[in-house]
Design a protein around this ligand. Structure first.
Ligand SMILES: Nc1ncnc2c1ncn2[C@@H]1O[C@H](COP(=O)(O)OP(=O)(O)OP(=O)(O)O)[C@@H](O)[C@H]1O
Ligand SMILES: [Mg+2]
Length: 334
């Protein structure tokens, strides 16, 4: 597997470059009632102390198995879930302390593309109205809606004549291009892409990723690119954050993480990737499935699945260890 070339990485790792988004110890917990007569309240710690930063013009890939908290993290940044604690600085503003009105204004700069392209589009609106809705809302329409819609469709590689059509008249890939056109229409700084290509065929996935890369260059965009699929993430991300049971267990440049994964969980994800022409071998010696949130293991959350687990791993949760541009949360390195 090849990661995004080093030129883009070194560009994004420029220490001079300002952080666009900084997340500190973010927690988003849900309460769930369980047990007999549902009297016992338990917390689902979907996001449980997550810190990371995204610089301008950089893509951070957020990867991890289903249910590890990726969507909840994205939704919390968008103000669609309420954070339990933590701080988020976006464009030098404290995102979690903004009023609803201020957050509405901020959404101009912070857009999202979700997994299911059809359900994200209003079936009763034609493309003109879909892609220019935000421009009207934010008073950014200069010229006619048709003109803007034509320009935006051209930007996402679609035929301008399609502006009068409705969502059901398009293929999945075209619908996702329309979602992307709507997201870039406001010239945002950051787009959260939550499994944005996961529902598409592999060849279409590659086309949409290339489109995202082109738009990033043109508009100096940053992406938080969320996916359960590390091979997809590696095609677009400058840096990767690996998430396990609500926490980030490893970060680093995409090339470094793939060349030399530190955390046993990251090694497991890489060992599970298909290798062209070779039979897949899981050499990392890890096994099993993600435990339930409500039955989180003592110590390191990954210890029941880790063959390298030591006594300390069953007793104490590891702290995050940082060195240069990398971090890992594992006792093997402490
Ligand atoms: N509104 C909610 N109320 C209660 N629990 C929730 C809620 N939303 C998510 N969860 C739980 O939080 C955990 C994390 O879910 P989340 O959807 O963030 O994971 P994910 O990493 O995006 O998974 P996937 O790869 O399947 O999309 C799961 O256990 C999920 O059931
Ligand atoms: Mg999700």
């Amino acid at each position: 597997m090849e990661a995004k070339p080093d030129t883009a990485m070194s560009r994004s790792q420029d220490p001079e470059k300002k952080a666009l988004l900084e997340v500190f110890e973010l927690k988003t917990w849900f309460s769930s009632s369980s047990g007999m007569f549902a009297r016992q309240k338990q917390h689902i710690r979907a996001v449980d102390g997550v810190s990371f930063r995204i610089r301008q013009n950089e893509t951070l890939g957020l990867v991890g198995e289903s249910g590890c908290g990726k969507t909840t993290l994205g939704r919390t940044l968008l103000g669609l879930e309420t954070a339990t604690s933590g701080h988020v600085i976006f464009k030098d503003r404290p995102l979690l302390s903004l009023s609803r009105k201020e957050m509405d204004q901020m959404r101009r700069h912070l857009q999202v593309v979700f997994q299911d392209p059809l359900s994200s589009l209003n079936p009763r609106m034609n493309v003109i109205n879909i892609v220019t809705e935000g421009l009207v809302r934010f008073g950014m329409l200069k010229g006619s809606r048709q003109e803007h819609a034509r320009r935006l469709l051209a930007e996402v590689g679609m035929d301008e004549a399609m502006i009068y059509r409705f969502p059901h008249e398009f293929s999945g890939g075209q619908r996702q291009r329309i979602n992307i056109a709507r997201a870039v229409s406001l010239r945002p700084d950051l787009i959260i892409c939550d499994e944005a290509v996961s529902a598409l065929d592999v060849s279409i996935q590659a086309q949409v990723i290339n489109l995202l890369l082109t738009l990033q260059e043109q508009h100096f965009l940053s992406y938080l690119f969320i996916s359960h699929d590390l091979s997809v993430v590696s095609n677009i991300a400058d840096r990767v954050a690996v998430m396990y049971l609500g926490q980030i267990v490893e970060t680093g440049s995409t090339a470094e993480v793939i060349r030399e994964p530190l955390h046993p969980y990251t090694r497991m994800l890489i060992a599970a990737l298909p290798v062209a022409g070779k039979k897949k071998v899981d050499s990392s010696g890890v096994k099993g499935e993600t435990p339930l949130y409500t039955a989180r293991p003592e110590g390191c959350r990954f210890n029941p699945r880790c063959r390298q687990a030591m006594d300390v791993c069953r007793r104490t949760a590891p702290d995050e260890i940082r060195q240069n541009s990398r971090s890992v949360r594992c006792h093997l390195y402490s």
